[in-house]
Design a protein around this ligand. Structure first.
Ligand SMILES: [Zn+2]
Length: 348
């Protein structure tokens, strides 16, 4: 496997995914992108009723199946109401402090398919007119979306085709800043989705292999908790959620490592599978960390709570400043890809 070309494919895929808006609940554009890319690689992907993308990466029919998931839905906003002044009251999609989205450029997607630009900001954002600006709570009452359109009334905004329930995407501000760093919103979990797509490419080129049936699953409702709850192929024994590694506090994960989670808010991960992944990382000489994520849930919880009898694990690239303007590094992406490829190559 040529590292430079593989990483270039991974980073290009990541850029394309990051720049495709997919706030949770409006993920059809990212689904279509993945369906296209998987077909271009020679696969036959399929979708569940709610839009999750599935694909088998090899032709193996017998043996304990393994499911690798990443989520393509992201944080975002929705129109809650149109104010008398024509601006938008918002409601959040997913959990994050609103100051992480303050002054961000946004796009409103109307029901009829129009895309209207605007900015999320404080109701009175001028320093010269608001002495309390720095101390006011960043809340959906104190913040609003101002459209880049000539509108000063509810009727004028309605005439643009905007109504309650329209989705709003935050500008990802994708920057490949040199030295291998990538800064962008939504690296959670598009970084892992790009890793899985690159793993698919490796299978398509016979640069990866597995004796067991291997499936990838791109879920589209992880941020609201039911991403991987349904639609799985039969015969799965193991599920590995590939999702962001937490950077912070007393954790060992950083942006250069593949992070292996031993326990999160949902309790401990499967001891055998998690141990096997850590052993594989050590054997492959990868830069990795085993950590506890104090405030975290993954798509495996959705699957287990839905009744799936799986061994479950969680790994992923370290993502700094999660749910804000996030940062990853090529090394973390590469170590995640190599751990998946190396673990899958192990004899059953
Ligand atoms: Zn995530």
């Amino acid at each position: 496997m040529d590292k430079a070309h593989t990483l270039a494919f991974l980073c290009d895929s990541l850029r394309a995914l990051a720049q495709t808006p997919s706030p949770t609940g409006m993920t059809h554009l990212a689904e279509a992108l993945l369906m296209d890319k998987l077909r271009q690689l020679g696969f036959s992907p399929w979708q569940s009723h709610k839009g999750a993308v599935f694909c088998q990466l090899n032709q193996v029919r017998e043996g304990a199946g393994i499911l690798l998931s990443a989520h393509i839905d992201t944080l975002g906003l929705m129109v809650r109401a149109i104010k008398p002044n024509g601006r938008l009251r918002i409601t959040q999609l997913g959990g994050y402090p609103l100051q992480y989205a303050e002054q961000e450029n946004v796009t409103v997607f109307t029901h009829a398919g129009r895309e209207i630009p605007g900015t999320l900001r404080m109701n009175q954002p001028a320093v010269h007119a608001n002495k309390d600006l720095s101390t006011l709570e960043r809340s959906d009452e104190n913040m609003e979306v101002v459209l880049d359109m000539r509108t000063g009334s509810k009727a004028e905004t309605e005439a643009l085709g905007i109504r309650a329930g329209d989705f709003i995407a935050l500008d990802p501000r994708f920057v490949q800043s040199g030295e291998g760093f990538i800064k962008s919103r939504h690296m959670d979990d598009k970084a892992s989705a790009a890793v899985l797509l690159t793993l698919a490419r490796a299978f398509s080129r016979a640069e990866a292999a597995c004796e067991r049936p291997v499936y990838v699953l791109f879920t589209n409702y992880e941020e609201v908790g039911h991403g991987a709850a349904a639609g799985h192929p039969a015969g799965i024994r193991d599920m590995i959620a590939v999702d962001m590694g937490v950077v912070g506090d007393d954790l060992q994960t950083d942006e250069f490592r593949v992070s292996i989670c031993a326990k999160d808010s949902g309790g401990p991960y499967n001891r055998e599978l998690t141990g096997a992944l850590a052993d594989a990382a050590a054997r492959l000489d990868l830069v990795y960390a085993v950590d506890i994520y104090p405030y975290y849930g993954s798509d495996t919880s959705a699957a287990l709570h839905a009744g799936c009898d799986y061994r479950h694990a969680l790994i992923g690239p370290g993502v700094a400043a999660s749910h804000g303007y996030e940062r990853v590094h090529e090394d973390g992406l590469w170590n995640t890809l190599m751990l998946l490829r190396g673990y899958l190559a192990q004899p059953v």
